[in-house]
Design a binder for this molecule. Structure first.
Ligand code: P1T
Length: 395
């Protein structure tokens, strides 16, 4: 089987076949796990394309090739984690004296890296409300180099207008970087909207089974790709062959899984919105979401993440989470099983309380990663847990 022309096939086909042709030596249908650290050279400096598994490995190449096709890029680079992708990207593109504008609602680890680790190296990262393009435009300075956006955001599921950000970036010659983890390439293609570099925590929907940690960068530009590839090898935050293989195996079913995540999330969001134990539900697929129209315009689907404010405070949030039977209390998201977590105490605990409160990460906010279990089972589980919240509120 020869390599597929990505333009001739749809997403679900590419996820299964792109860069995953049967092994020409043995006929193995599934890409082998090339569990080797090093490769024989025919002569000193002469090899078959691989010399050492930090620099490159065939299992990783298959994953990188497939991800590039799914995002509509020309290059993809995989990492040992989403943060490995972020740190490598940051070292490759920025230098002391640069200024970066970053959305104010991003994964807590992203905020922590920019604020606590990168800033002391002399890179000024400013966090701005990216739902306000007017504000972002005002904050651009002569030394601004990039706009770093997440949409939908973690954990508040705010939407950032990707095309508006790209327009600002183009007029000031800035690089745009989009963390596409929450939507996955199935529901959002930033490169087609003019974004320069896509970042993923492949730990989430791409891997899809909560059994492997990884990250990826996908882009079109050859010069940036060359710099990123150099830093990927020089910094060494690369995935091992088994992690690459597990991610590739999960990726094959991304299209099916995303449809199921979305159907379940929409039905749960609609149900919770009517429940008296709930203050508000944040889900981009609900007409009550303040950016519902933007979601319909720039996304191909609304995803599987819900943020819910239960009636009450921390006690009520704890009661809700502890009463759920099918939702496991755990960090992370995007796996086939449903998870629930408390952003203020868990994923976003590294953000100072006053900053957290200012952006809306309140004590009654609970984040739900809706899995692909039976929709009615999930609804019944949420109903009984919300009834316990109501009972507590009445005491
Ligand atoms: O965990 P890691 O693979 O290093 O990815 C970091 C990361 C980057 N971007 C987004 C949007 C993320 O959500 C994450 C990781 N997030 C969680 C662990 C979480 O529970 O939100």
């Amino acid at each position: 089987m020869t390599e597929l022309d990505p333009k001739a096939y749809q997403f679900a086909t590419l996820a299964i076949h792109s860069h995953q042709a049967p092994d020409p030596e043995t006929g193995a249908v599934i890409t082998p796990i090339y569990q080797t650290s090093t490769f024989e050279q025919q002569d000193a400096g002469k090899h078959k394309g691989y010399d050492y598994s930090r620099s490159g490995n065939p299992t990783r190449s298959a994953l990188e090739g497939c991800l590039a096709d799914l995002e509509g890029g020309h290059h993809a680079l995989c990492f040992a984690s989403g943060l490995g992708a972020l740190t490598t990207l940051s070292m490759a593109l920025f230098k002391p004296g640069d200024h970066i504008l970053c959305g104010d609602d991003v994964y807590g680890g992203t905020y922590r890296f920019f604020d606590k680790v990168f800033r002391p190296y002399g890179i000024d990262v400013e966090f701005v409300d990216f739902t306000r393009p007017d504000l972002v435009r005002q904050r651009v300075r002569p030394n601004t180099k990039a706009l770093y956006l997440e949409t939908p955001t973690n954990p508040l599921l705010k939407l950032v207008d990707i095309e508006a950000m790209v327009a600002i970036a183009k007029s000031h010659k800035l690089i745009t970087i989009l963390d596409n983890t929450f939507a996955s390439p199935y529901f959002q293609r930033g490169l087609a909207l003019g974004v320069d570099i896509i970042l993923h925590s492949t730990t989430k929907y791409i891997g899809g089974h909560s059994d492997v940690v990884g990250g990826a960068l996908i882009l079109k530009d050859d010069t940036h790709a060359q710099a990123l590839r150099f830093h990927q090898n020089s910094l060494g935050a690369t995935p091992d062959p088994f992690a690459s293989w597990l991610t590739l195996r999960g990726l094959k079913t991304l299209a099916l899984r995303m449809k199921a995540h979305e159907a379940n999330a929409l039905s749960l969001a609609q149900f919770m919105e009517k429940h008296p134990g709930v203050e508000s539900v944040i889900y981009p697929g609900l007409p009550s979401h303040p950016q519902y129209d933007l979601a319909k315009r720039q996304m191909l689907g609304f995803g599987g993440m819900i943020a819910v404010r239960v009636k009450g405070g921390l006690d009520e949030a704890r009661t809700f989470m502890k009463s759920l039977k099918l939702f496991t209390l755990a960090e992370s998201l995007g796996g086939v099983e449903s998870l629930v977590e408390h952003p203020a105490l868990m994923t976003h605990a590294s953000i100072e309380p006053q900053v957290r409160n200012a952006i809306g990460i309140t004590d009654n906010l609970v984040r739900m990663s809706v899995g692909i279990e039976d929709a009615e089972d999930l609804k019944r589980d949420v109903a009984q847990a919300l009834d316990k919240v109501l009972a507590l509120a009445k005491v």
